[in-house]
Design a protein. Structure first.
Length: 288
């Protein structure tokens, strides 16, 4: 089976594959694009990773991840901002190395409440401030910062930005080419305003990436590892995908799955099953 040309394998889906293996199994499956994570890139070094990506012939769809901006002023916040500047540099380098059609998108996870804090509003404002501190760096590098809202169950420890609307409200202070949003079905499918906010994101030119995977309960003990292949859960990918495509979104669509059982499977098998589930649940709703 030929993989859909818009499918991208987010490297988290095959978490335990090193960079060389991830590139190989993605390419061998006929998939044309990949989203990378910083840790495997840094294991081999940025220059080596860029050469490996270039040699693979794959497009580069996103880099994961930056963010974690909610700490108050101090050395730790300064260090986090400096690390995000390195992530911006990595994103620009990898996008330049990828095949034609690659995009320089750095996905941002906002960060949770600092230890001992209950100030959710203040934490969100520190996210806005941090993006403001990084916007000029991103613009100079030609990188789009994609704020990713996470499901509210992660608000305390991972992301105080919980809805697409909140992400867009922060992004509104900045040039759309510099700050956009990640639309991830796992995190936003439940939102009663999701279609309104997808339309808004498209109108404002802020859909930096569209990511898909499914939601299925009951959850495992670690709720971070609760994502599934599309079609195995309850998300209506047809309505969400049509809404995203209706905005004019024409970039790659990433599959990003965190699931211990999937991670323990053979990476080539995972990529093949990912491509099959994409063909069943996403492809029928794409304009051709």
């Amino acid at each position: 089976m030929t993989a859909d040309p818009r499918l991208s394998i987010n490297q988290a889906t095959i978490k335990y594959a090193d960079l060389a293996t991830a590139l190989r199994v993605t390419k061998d499956a006929g998939v044309q694009a990949i989203g990378l994570w910083r840790e495997p890139v840094n294991e081999v070094g940025l220059d080596t990773a860029a050469k490996m990506l270039a040699d693979s012939g794959l497009r580069f769809s996103t880099h994961c991840r930056g963010g974690f901006f909610t700490l108050p002023e101090g050395p730790e916040r300064t260090a986090a901002l400096d690390d995000n500047r390195r992530a911006i540099e990595e994103t620009a380098t990898l996008a330049a190395a990828g095949a034609e059609g690659s995009t320089a998108v750095l996905v941002l996870v906002a960060g949770g409440l600092p230890d001992g804090s209950r100030d959710l509003i203040g934490a969100r404002e520190r996210v806005r401030d941090a993006i403001g501190a990084l916007a000029d760096d991103a613009k100079a590098a030609g990188v789009t910062l994609a704020i990713e809202p996470l499901h509210p169950m992660y608000a305390s420890d991972r992301a105080v930005v919980s809805t697409l609307g909140q992400a867009l409200d922060i992004a509104a202070d900045f040039d759309a080419a510099v700050v956009g949003a990640a639309v991830d079905t796992f995190h936003i499918w439940w939102d009663p305003q999701v279609f309104e906010q997808i339309e808004r994101a498209g109108r404002e030119g802020r859909i930096a990436t569209y990511q898909v995977c499914d939601w299925k309960t009951p959850f495992p003990a670690d709720v971070l590892l609760s994502r599934h292949y599309m079609g195995d859960g309850v998300i209506d990918f047809g309505s969400l995908t049509r809404a995203v495509i209706a905005t004019g979104y024409d970039r790659d669509i990433e599959v990003e799955i965190f699931n211990a059982d999937i991670w323990s499977d053979d990476p080539a098998t995972v990529v093949a099953r990912t491509a099959a589930s994409f063909a069943e649940t996403i492809t029928p709703h794409l304009d051709r």
